[in-house]
Design a protein around this ligand. Structure first.
Ligand code: TYM
Length: 342
C-alpha cells in the first residue's frame, strides 16, 4: 500500500484501552502517560474500547464496572475531561458501522498476518470468535471515525496501526478520494513503549499473564508494589555502567527501563547512578520510586470510583461530543460508498 499521505485536515489524537482487567504499569507508561502530555498539544479523543473487550468472554455484570474503572484510571493519571474527550466505545455508533465498511475493504491475507491474533488464539484459532480475528478492523474504524492523525500506543500495537494505514489507503484509492482518510502516525517511541514482565524479561507485561507477580497493577498498594519489585527476576551480576552491558540481560534492561520511564532520566543516567551496586539497593530505590508515582493515581482512582454518577456524567457528555465529530465523517463515507440514503 502507498505510504504517501496527502491528507491536510486538522491534527487529532485517538487512542483506546480495553476494559478487560486491571490496568498495569505497561498500560500506564506505554499509553496513559502519553495521553496526558498530548492533551495540551492537540485535540485528543480517548476511548474505553468495550466493543473490543467482548471479542473474548466478559461477564456482563462486570463489564460496566470495568469500563468505569478504566475511565477512572484515565482521569486519575491526569487526563482532563475539560481538555480531552473520554468516552465509552459502545455509546458511539460510528465504530460499529465503519467497522463493517472496513470489513469489506480489508483483505483476509492482511488479517492472517496479525501476530496478536496468533498469540491470543494459540492452537485454538478455530474456536475463537470471529470478532477476535477482525479486532484490528474495528481498531481502524475507531481511529478513522475521527480522522485521527496521531495514535499514542505501546509497541505491541504497531502492526494494528500499519493495518489501519493500509485500510485508509485502500479506501482512499478504491473510491478515488485520495485525501479522505489520513494515514495515521503511531506515537510509540520513548521510554515505557514496551514494559516487560517482572518474571520474564523476554515477555511483555500483560493483563492476561496468569502470574500476578509478573505485573504491577495500578490498583496495587505500596506493600504489594514493593514486594513484586523485590521478587522481580534478575541475574547474578551487578548493575553495569554502560548500555552495551545490559544487552542480553533482559530483566536488568527492563528494570532500568522502568526506572528511567518513571523518573524521566535516561537509561544511561540511571546506570551512572547505580553502576556497581547490587540489585538489593537498586530494587529498593525502584520500589520507592514506583510507589511514589503509582500511589497517588490509585488514591485518585478510588475517589473517582466512589462517585459513579459523576463518572457516568463525564462519559455520557463526552460520548455526545464524540458522536458529533464522527457522525458526519461516517455520513460522508456512506455517500462515497454509494448508498442512496433513502
Ligand atoms: P490494550 O488495552 O491491550 O492496552 C492499552 C494500551 O497499553 C499499551 N500496553 C503496553 N505498553 C507498554 N508495555 C506493555 N507491556 C504494554 N501492554 C499494553 C498498549 O500498546 C495500548 O496502547 N488494541 C488496543 C486498544 C485499542 C486501540 C484502538 C488503541 C482499540 N482501538 C485505537 C489505539 C487506537 C489494545 O488492546 O490495548
Amino acid at each position: 500500500m502507498t505510504d504517501k499521505n496527502i491528507y491536510n485536515g486538522p491534527n487529532r489524537v485517538f487512542s483506546g484501552v480495553q476494559p478487560s482487567g486491571d490496568l498495569h504499569l505497561g498500560n500506564y507508561l506505554g499509553a496513559l502517560k502519553k495521553f496526558v502530555k498530548l492533551q495540551d498539544e492537540m485535540e485528543c479523543i480517548y476511548c474505553i474500547v468495550d466493543l473490543h473487550a467482548i471479542t473474548v468472554w466478559q461477564d456482563p455484570k462486570k463489564l460496566a464496572q470495568q469500563t468505569r474503572h478504566i475511565a477512572a484510571a484515565y482521569l486519575a493519571s491526569g487526563v482532563d475531561p475539560s481538555k480531552a474527550i473520554v468516552y465509552n466505545q459502545s455509546s458511539v455508533r460510528a465504530h460499529s458501522e465503519l467497522a463493517w465498511y472496513f470489513n469489506c475493504i480489508a483483505r483476509i491475507g492482511w488479517l492472517n498476518r496479525m501476530t496478536q491474533f496468533k498469540d491470543k488464539a494459540g492452537k485454538n484459532s478455530e474456536k475463537m470468535s470471529v470478532g477476535l480475528y477482525n479486532y484490528p478492523v474495528l481498531q481502524a474504524a475507531d481511529i478513522l471515525a475521527f480522522k485521527a492523525t496521531h495514535v499514542p500506543v505501546g509497541e505491541d500495537q504497531k502492526q494494528h496501526l500499519e493495518l489501519t494505514r493500509d485500510i485508509a489507503a485502500k479506501f482512499n484509492h478504491d473510491f478515488s478520494s485520495p485525501n479522505f482518510f489520513p494515514l495515521c502516525e503511531p506515537l510509540i517511541e520513548g521510554p515505557g513503549a514496551r514494559v516487560m514482565s517482572l518474571r520474564n524479561g523476554t515477555e511483555k507485561m500483560s493483563k492476561s499473564d496468569p502470574s500476578d507477580n509478573s505485573r504491577i497493577n495500578l490498583t496495587d498498594d505500596a506493600d504489594k508494589i514493593s514486594k513484586k519489585i523485590r521478587k522481580a527476576k534478575t541475574d547474578a551480576g551487578a548493575i553495569p555502567l554502560s548500555l552495551d552491558e545490559i544487552e542480553g540481560r533482559p530483566e536488568v534492561k527492563n528494570l532500568v527501563g522502568i526506572y528511567s520511564a518513571l523518573s524521566g532520566k535516561s537509561d544511561q543516567d540511571v546506570l551512572l547512578e547505580y553502576a556497581g551496586k547490587g540489585f538489593g539497593i537498586f530494587k529498593s530505590a525502584l520500589a520507592d520510586l514506583a510507589v511514589s508515582k503509582i500511589h497517588p493515581i490509585t488514591e485518585l482512582m478510588n475517589r473517582y470510583l466512589s462517585d459513579p454518577e459523576e463518572l457516568n456524567r463525564i462519559l455520557s457528555t463526552a460520548a455526545d461530543r464524540a458522536s458529533e465529530i464522527s457522525d458526519p465523517i461516517v455520513a460522508e463515507v456512506r455517500k462515497i460508498i454509494g448508498f442512496s440514503g433513502v
